[in-house]
Design a protein around this ligand. Sequence first.
Ligand SMILES: *[C@@H]1O[C@H](CO)[C@@H](O)[C@H](O)[C@H]1NC(C)=O
Ligand SMILES: *[C@@H]1O[C@H](CO)[C@@H](O)[C@H](O)[C@H]1NC(C)=O
Ligand SMILES: *[C@@H]1O[C@H](CO)[C@@H](O)[C@H](O)[C@H]1NC(C)=O
Ligand SMILES: *[C@@H]1O[C@H](CO)[C@@H](O)[C@H](O)[C@H]1NC(C)=O
Length: 400
Amino acid sequence: MEPLPKLSSLTVLLLSLIPLSSGAFAGGVRVELTHVHATAGDSEAKLIQRAVASSRHRLSTFVDRAPLHAGETEYIVDIAIGTPALAFSALVDTGSDLMWTQCPVFDPSKSSTFGSIACNSTLCTALDQHSCNASCHYSYMYTDHSYTEGVLATETFTIGSTSVPSLAFGCGNSNNGVAFTQAAGFVGLGRGKLSLISQMGLTEFSYCLTPLGSRKKSSLLIGSLPNPNATAHPVMSTPISFYYITLNGITVGGTVVDIPSSTFAINRDGSGGMIIDSGTALTYLEYSAYDKVADAFMAQIKNMNTTDQSVFDLDLCYELPPKSTPDTLNLPKLIFHFQGADLELPPGNYFGVDSDTSSICLMMAESSGLSVFGNFMQQNMQVMYDLGNDVLSLYSAECG
Ligand SMILES: *[C@@H]1O[C@H](CO)[C@@H](O)[C@H](O)[C@H]1NC(C)=O
Ligand SMILES: *[C@@H]1O[C@H](CO)[C@@H](O)[C@H](O)[C@H]1NC(C)=O
Ligand SMILES: *[C@@H]1O[C@H](CO)[C@@H](O)[C@H](O)[C@H]1NC(C)=O
Ligand SMILES: *[C@@H]1O[C@H](CO)[C@@H](O)[C@H](O)[C@H]1NC(C)=O
């Protein structure tokens, strides 16, 4: 059992809420997210170091097709459970479905709204590992050997200032995992039956993630999408299927990288493809493509020396000239050609700064079987999921 983290330093601010009778989240609920380590006073370099490590950890879970482990670079939201409401912090994870909390901390017998779930309910059978006697017992494993086990039940959750009754959640009486020191539970935003989004029948959510180390809070809008000023923020859209996005090619500087169109396709056995994920920091490319992208950067960055001194465990790093940042250096531009959307990224979204060794590193790594559009590249972007229309839209924004 991991101890419940101190909640006092974390705040939920309700920025906009229009309660309507047609549904708890009609109009949308906006909550702020805290970067897990933003309050710890760590340097950005430390945070990126951890981001790299936890991305690697997390990617292995994708490959195993299990619910995702949430690393140390996750975003957390403060919500409450039960009646009377008990506040707890939860990792916000688009990569898994189950909402759960630590039941030794939340005591169901002290709540008047706790309800049980029948074993033959579709919510119970939606769990890969469940067993039945009087109630629905679940075991939810994460492939880094983290797990939560307990009883699937229902409770009232308070999100922002909205109370939502009868949400299925895992009342975890046996929980173990490094990630669980960060928060007392999870809010899964995946597309399976048990996710918050699915249970509420919502089809829209969006987030805007502040950079690693930023003191500003990120925001999560559940149940509606922001309405951007299209003049100020040109919006780009690309189709999604689950959270897969179609990447057709990559441009580095003036070079269209020579990547066969099949590289990022989903294979018949379900491997391959690229997903967008809020919980993985690095962007992972299928290794054949990664090599060519890294080569293209190396060929075009001639005015800086490479270095292997960086504490980041990444392949391509350069000495950072004094008083410069990725955005002030004349780095090759990077464009991801998604279907219908050519996304040109600011250099600060693909080069991370290691201030300890005055170096910058390309925040990408190679993978095999699945590519991931990670959260470092999604910084300072409004990312909008329209699941009703299977469209992902993005625009650059100053988050926080
Ligand atoms: C579940 O089991 C109960 C009791 O056996 C039964 O009344 C109910 O119809 C079942 N529900 C479903 C969804 O199968
Ligand atoms: C149901 O299962 C739980 C956990 O496996 C066990 O503790 C409990 O005694 C069981 N109850 C019955 C009625 O078998
Ligand atoms: C939208 O943005 C443009 C450009 O920044 C600005 O001129 C215009 O006033 C904005 N419109 C609204 C309705 O805010
Ligand atoms: C690269 O390294 C060489 C040899 O150490 C040095 O002379 C040169 O000034 C460095 N170039 C830059 C741009 O830092």
